[in-house]
Ligand binder design. Structure first.
Ligand code: GRF
Length: 235
């Protein structure tokens, strides 16, 4: 049975695009498909990307913190799995509870550090740089009632270099996000990863960070990184 995925996104939508592309890729026999994209902003790039891909879209017309409209949209789409891909609002707790274990978020740093209210976009990367941390990365976690706090499913690292700016670090993390999120979504959709009653995550990604990827990530020059990582993962 195909898992019906609803994606919630507030902005650009590059993670949505990566997920759509991964599912469509002929090499992947995906367990899920994106059935609906919901945004709190009509001008979100994610809405345009979804339309371009022939995926149904909805823009919230009521306050994003009220559960009713969102719950009705998810119910109407018969969504089995909710993916927050750059969604800047707190998902109302009624929805979080309905989808417990079936709602995931991607965060552009290694949680539990550098997360929580107000930690989004370039602020995350600024905080990482200011902290002096030498490693950052991407985290995908199950969603609970608080921003960025739910059980961690998978994390892939990237190095932080002395010459990094928010922009260069964001770009490096984003490339890893685009590979990590689709793989986690696929594993959750297929039931290979699930949230236990005790809040522990059962199962894991079959693709750990391959040594080859980590070696490639040590290089400061980013020009061919995305291609190199994809090639390394395919090995
Ligand atoms: C990503 O960095 C994601 O981790 C964060 O918001 C950003 C969304 O980017 N939650 P995009 O809209 O997917 O391009």
């Amino acid at each position: 049975m195909t898992t019906r995925i609803a994606v919630l996104a507030s902005g650009r939508g590059s993670n949505l695009a990566a997920l759509i592309e991964y599912i469509r890729s002929t090499e992947v026999r995906s367990s899920g498909r994106v059935a609906l994209v919901i945004s709190d902003r009509a001008d979100a790039g994610a809405i345009a990307i979804a339309r371009g891909a022939g995926i149904e879209t909805r823009v919230l017309t009521t306050a994003p913190d009220s559960a009713d409209e969102l719950a009705a949209l998810l119910h109407g789409a018969a969504a089995d799995l909710v993916v927050l891909a750059g969604y800047l609002r707190l998902v109302p707790s009624a929805v979080v509870h309905t989808y417990r274990g079936h709602i995931v978020n991607i965060h552009p740093a290694l949680l539990p550090a550098f997360g929580g209210p107000g930690m989004y976009g370039t602020r995350v990367h600024r905080a990482v740089l200011d902290s002096g941390a030498r490693v950052s990365g991407a985290t995908v976690h199950f969603v609970d009632d608080a921003y960025d706090r739910g059980s961690i499913i998978a994390q892939w690292p990237v190095p932080v270099f002395g010459a990094d700016t928010e922009e260069t670090l964001a770009a490096r993390v984003l490339r890893v996000e685009h590979m990590l999120l689709p793989r986690v979504v696929e594993a959750v959709a297929a039931g290979r990863i699930r949230l236990g009653e005790d809040g522990r995550v059962h199962g894991a990604l079959e693709t750990a960070v391959p040594d080859a990827v980590f070696t490639l990530l040590q290089r400061p020059e980013d020009a061919t990184l995305g291609h190199d990582i994809t090639t390394a993962l395919a090995r």
